[in-house]
Design a protein around this ligand. Sequence first.
Ligand code: ADP
Ligand code: GN1
Ligand code: MG
Length: 372
Amino acid sequence: MVTPESQHSSTPSLQRSACFVAGCFAIPVLAATPYGTGHIHDTFRVRSSSGDFILQRINTRIFKDPRAVMENIVRVTEHLRGKLAVTPGADPSREALRLIPAKDGTPWFVDNDGSFWRMFAFIGGAVTHEVCAAPEHAFEAARVVARFQKLLSDLPGGPLHETIPFFHHAPRRLLALEEAVSKDAAGRCAAAKAEIEFALSRRELAHSVARRIEAGQIPVRVTHNDTKLNNVLFDEASGRGLCLVDLDTCMPGSVLYDFGDMVRTMTCPAAEDETDLSRVGMELRFFEALVRGYLGEAREFLCANEIGNLALSGRLMTFVVGVRFLTDYLSGDTYFKVHHPGHNLDRARNQFKRVRSMEKQEGEMEAIVAET
Ligand code: ADP
Ligand code: GN1
Ligand code: MG
């Protein structure tokens, strides 16, 4: 387990801004410290005399319409809390995020530089995991994700905004990789020849799920779309899965995206950027726990085509995220936060090793889904 405070890179001036901005949310701020290991936003834990909070500067290079993001999050969190409030045994204050409005009542704050900030109540007594150390984590996380999807299945008010268009559209991700290869903007193609070949030789995989969604065989639902392990909070005392955070990409999607991203991050006891690839692979005992945890909650609302493609979804999402890391490496690291040169290439290699491992165990994975 990683200490969330230890992993974050933030400049002193950004930290000063965070302290100032936190004060604009009507709380008596004591301190703001960098928090978490997310690849996208600048996240701070704010301590105050009225409790702790999470303050985030939204990455508007990636989320180009932050108001749309926040409108979605307001709708989703209010709906979740309303439903949890009438669910026996549920604790809405720890199982759903709660936005804290700025002093003027708006659910976000824009500073003098035009940066967008938002604040959530801090969910205490909870931990996140960077690697899946035990099948129980996979089981619990999958249960939380399935419940999230179920609770949002009757979200009123029409479709959510698509905050990143074609976010998980694998054929477009492959096209973006091909463009990055032909531009070779950072002069790195030669260093990633094997990985480029690996990706471009898997066109069929890239089209597999997109084709079925476009043909109407797989329904579009409200999904989270970023269900990696460290976006799930676990209760520290009991180990039970509590809450899904990181709601920026909660929008219309396929349950296969959510399940697939869990397979990517919860079936291997090594980190996403582990460079000792002998430690990287898909382990069936985690996959089995994931399927059990997920279907235990989700079986009642899934259709046969969704269940039938769960094993494939793991291969697909791991491939897509690998393609995105590789594309970012070739483009000069403009999207994901990196912590050393070649970090995105390390991540891509790691993802592709997972894909190979899933390819080899395809039959066993299918059998587990069928038996569960
Ligand atoms: P990013 O998009 O950069 O990944 P996240 O929204 O996932 O940002 O937040 C980063 C981390 O902060 C999460 O992985 C989680 O550990 C922690 N976190 C986020 N929201 C909360 C919250 N309300 N309470 C406690 N921890 C949180
Ligand atoms: C990003 O924000 P974070 O770190 O939870 C990314 C996901 C990737 C993931 C790879 C908005 O997730 O799509 O799968 O990194 N989020 C966005 O670790 O691009
Ligand atoms: Mg995150």
